[in-house]
Design a protein around this ligand. Structure first.
Ligand code: NAD
Length: 408
């Protein structure tokens, strides 16, 4: 089953559960608009290379479309559609006034020089420019793109429009209308949700044990957010390997070691394999599909809090559910990034600049509310967190769709 078919199956199941009419469910299973573009750009050696790109808007019932742009050699149109769909559910779940979108270019950005990357980004932006806009569709960074990519996208759009439009993309550098607090946003939101989940299990965060896969943009900030509340990171892994310490690793020590060019795997620790460490919560914040059936059978934990997108396979999800391990789904747990993207867009549209404290307070409020709502839905209907999150999102988007009616 492709990622898109998998999403569509979940939509049909959740749509039936919340009593959405068949026509509305099928509308939500389809993407509204899919733009495929070819992106020719000049290489440094003077030759021209052509790559394939997409911008997909899945649904616009709740507001303008929102979603990242991914540069990766394996990106396909179907994958971009599935990711756009996931953005619709994530935004609806968090109560943001957005529909879902995603963009992508099938390219390995590591093969490109900075100037090649800039020319490709600008040409891609000019191809999708008629579709995007502050009230239409607002791109952001994703895998393989960053704030520099957003700066080029904003500038290209501004040249096209004839004036500066800060709010056409989010995840921009601060100097160009970016928001304070953005770098930490996904990890901070993830930590917040993890703390709620621990408390709900009757576990005091102060002294609780968490194992964390991935120490990148998401994992590192999540680790700091957890450590601040007294949580012990008993296992930490990245692409180099892992370090396991029953008494918890010290993040400052890790950062000093990494900043000297060291690797996580070189740090002294215990020999227990990463996935077999006993912990109150496991937080996968690295890769899609990291928790497969075998990992799910061995995990020694009560909670999995999904920082990465799609880190648990469907089979693993069933196994965890049977073993009584609660899984807090990605669309809730890693939603902090799009929340601060929304706050950046609000500042841009009103020409405001908020303090980091103000941004963080609002991020916490949105994550806390989303947690309470999903948890209440779950308890009332006796379903899993994942089912609750999906059913809530579909019912919100479905309701907006029904209220607006079908044109013509
Ligand atoms: P990143 O590239 O900054 O970090 C990825 C981390 O995973 C790195 O520490 C890397 O060493 C580690 N890693 C890679 N392969 C590994 C392996 N085999 N075993 C253990 N660790 C491994 O990426 P990121 O932005 O932190 O994204 C991580 C995940 O979170 C992705 O699934 C991404 O789609 C998702 N996500 C990111 C954001 C965001 O704001 N960055 C928002 C929502 C979801």
């Amino acid at each position: 089953m492709t990622m898109l078919e998998d999403q569509q199956q979940r939509v049909r199941e959740a749509g039936a559960k919340v009593g959405l009419p068949q026509g509305a469910v099928e509308t939500l299973c389809a993407v509204r608009r899919k733009l495929e573009v070819s992106v020719p750009f000049r290489l440094d050696n003077g030759e021209t290379r052509v790559v394939q790109g997409w911008r997909v808007q899945h649904n616009l019932s709740l507001g303008p479309a929102k979603g990242g742009v991914r540069y990766h050699q394996d990106v396909t149109g179907d994958e971009v559609s599935a990711l756009a769909m996931a953005m619709t559910w994530k935004c609806a779940l968090l109560g943001l006034p957005y529909g879902g979108a995603k963009g992508g270019i099938r390219v390995d950005p590591r093969e490109l020089s900075r100037s090649e990357n800039e020319r490709m980004t600008r040409r891609y932006t000019s191809e999708i420019a008629p579709w995007i806009g502050i009230d239409r569709d607002i791109p952001a960074p994703d895998v393989g793109t960053d704030e520099q990519t957003m700066a080029w996208m904003m500038d290209t759009y501004a040249v096209w429009a004839g004036h500066t439009v800060h709010g056409v993309v989010t995840g921009k550098p601060l100097a160009l209308g970016g928001s304070l607090g953005r770098a930490a946003s996904t990890g901070e939101g993830l930590a917040r949700v993890c703390l709620h989940a621990l408390r709900q299990e009757g576990i005091n965060p102060d002294g609780a044990r968490v194992a964390l896969q991935g120490y990148g943009k998401v994992g590192r900030w999540a680790a700091y957010g957890l450590e601040r509340e007294g949580v012990k990171i008993v296992a930490l892994s990245d692409v180099s390997g892992s370090v396991v310490r029953r008494d918890g690793v010290l993040l400052q020590e890790i950062d000093e070691h990494l900043s000297r060019g060291g690797m996580l795997s070189e740090l002294e620790g215990e020999s227990t394999p990463f996935w077999e460490v006993e912990a109150d919560a496991f937080v996968p914040a690295a890769l899609e599909g990291a928790i497969d059936a075998e990992v799910a059978r061995n995990l020694q934990t009560r909670l999995v809090v999904e920082g990465a997108n799609g880190p648990t396979t469907n089979e693993a999800d069933d196994i965890l559910s049977k073993r009584g391990v609660k899984v807090i789904p990605d669309i809730l747990a890693n939603g902090g990034g799009v929340v601060v993207s929304y706050l950046e867009w609000v500042q841009d549209t009103q020409h405001l600049m908020w303090t980091e404290e103000k941004v963080m307070t609002q991020l916490h409020d949105v994550m806390d509310r989303a947690w309470r709502e999903v948890d209440a839905w779950r308890q009332e209907r006796g379903v899993t967190f994942r089912e609750a999150a999906m059913q809530m999102s579909i019912s919100r988007v479905g309701q907006a769709h029904m209220l607006r009616g079908l044109y013509p």
